[in-house]
Design a protein around this ligand. Structure first.
Ligand SMILES: Nc1ncnc2c1ncn2[C@@H]1O[C@H](COP(=O)(O)OP(=O)(O)OP(=O)(O)O)[C@@H](O)[C@H]1O
Ligand SMILES: [Mg+2]
Length: 333
């Protein structure tokens, strides 16, 4: 009886390309200082009332990390898209990928195999369509790297909450109502002009932009400790060195927190300390900071190795003096 299990239906009109959605979990290493909390609280308030948010700021200011953290707090699956110059809107929403031959095989009676073939138009859902349909959180990282035409599809999603799918019109699915739980979190780096397309004002007008800059000292120290496992005094010294070097040269956004984390990880691994007289600390700093600082030159010679040495010396001495001052002498009666 039945026999349904014997009927293999090999047809589908919409292929959901959602194997790359993830449900992120809040990381234990995520640092939550009052500065970070202030940013996440603001962004979450906008998301909760239905807006999509956009973190804009220079490299290494925590934009992607904030986006993931918020997405994890929403407890909805996440679809991640990285902006790409090659994107067309079909890469975001999907496309009609020609026709698919579908086959119905009925082998209920073993000796008789009935086969029916049918040609159907095939629509391949892309990530944005899946996110809109299912109400997922979309993280669109570095969205300004995609061409403005490719991003145009986002206008009606954000405003009218409708996804326009012109190639699906003939099957009656030309429009998709965006799920009420759908939210998008965008990131961009306005400093980075190479390969970045001027974003159309219409899109920015539909987003709440939160400008981010380098974190405050306390947050940078906490992140360095959390990501590398070094003690507080070492993290403070590294962060102070990086913050001072950020003021040198033409690009005041580098070195970033990534340099603090890298120096911290390497000295932790080598058992070194962030101290003036630790030779390992000196070469690790020089190597990690090499690319960020090579541009400051005099007569073709980079001035930075000397500058780095000088800053290391000054910061290490200052922090050592502060540590001494805060250690109270033990008084014996
Ligand atoms: N709140 C935080 N807690 C822990 N680590 C953090 C936090 N914010 C940032 N970081 C760490 O700092 C580094 C830089 O952060 P992130 O990659 O998010 O910056 P970004 O602004 O997206 O940079 P880019 O513009 O280069 O993509 C990463 O290693 C990240 O793990
Ligand atoms: Mg990023």
């Amino acid at each position: 009886m039945g026999g349904l299990e014997n009927i293999e239906v090999l047809q589908s009109e919409i292929i959901k390309n959602d194997d790359d959605n993830v449900v992120p979990q809040a990381s234990e290493q995520f640092v939550y200082t009052s500065h970070v909390r202030n940013l996440t609280d603001k962004a979450m308030a906008f998301l909760n009332v239905g807006y999509s948010v956009h973190f804009a700021g220079p490299a290494g200011t925590g934009k992607t990390t904030l986006a993931f953290h918020l997405a994890a707090e929403r407890e909805r699956p996440v679809i991640l898209i990285h902006g790409d110059d090659e994107f067309g809107s079909s890469d975001l929403v999907g496309r009609d990928s020609g026709y698919r031959k579908s086959k119905l095989i009925d082998n209920y009676i073993h000796s008789v195999v009935r086969t029916e073939e049918e040609m159907r138009s095939l629509w391949v859902d892309n990530r944005l369509t899946t996110a809109c349909r299912e109400g997922y959180t979309l993280i669109y990282d570095e969205f300004t790297r995609s061409r403005a035409e490719a991003n145009n599809v986002l206008l009606s999603i954000l405003e009218e909450k409708i996804l326009n799918l012109p190639s699906m019109r003939r099957t009656g699915e030309g429009y998709l109502e965006v799920h009420p739980d759908f939210r998008a979190i965008f990131t961009s780096n306005p400093e980075e002009y190479a390969g970045v397309h001027k974003t159309q004002d219409a899109l920015l007008d539909r987003l709440i932009t939160i400008n981010v800059d380098h974190y405050d000292r306390e947050t940078e120290v906490q992140i360095t400790m959390s990501k590398s496992g070094i003690p507080l005094s070492d993290a403070e010294t590294i962060v102070d060195i990086i913050r001072e070097l950020r003021m040198v040269g033409v690009n005041n956004h580098r070195p970033t927190i990534r340099a603090c984390i890298a120096i911290g990880k390497v000295i932790a691994h080598l058992g070194a300390r962030a101290r003036e007289n630790d030779p390992t600390f000196d070469w690790v700093c020089q190597d990690v900071l090499n690319t960020d600082t090579a541009k400051v030159t005099r007569s073709g010679q980079s001035l930075m190795p000397e500058k780095i040495k000088e800053v290391i010396k000054r910061v290490c001495r200052k922090n050592k003096a502060q540590r001494k001052a805060t250690i109270r002498p033990v008084t014996v009666d």
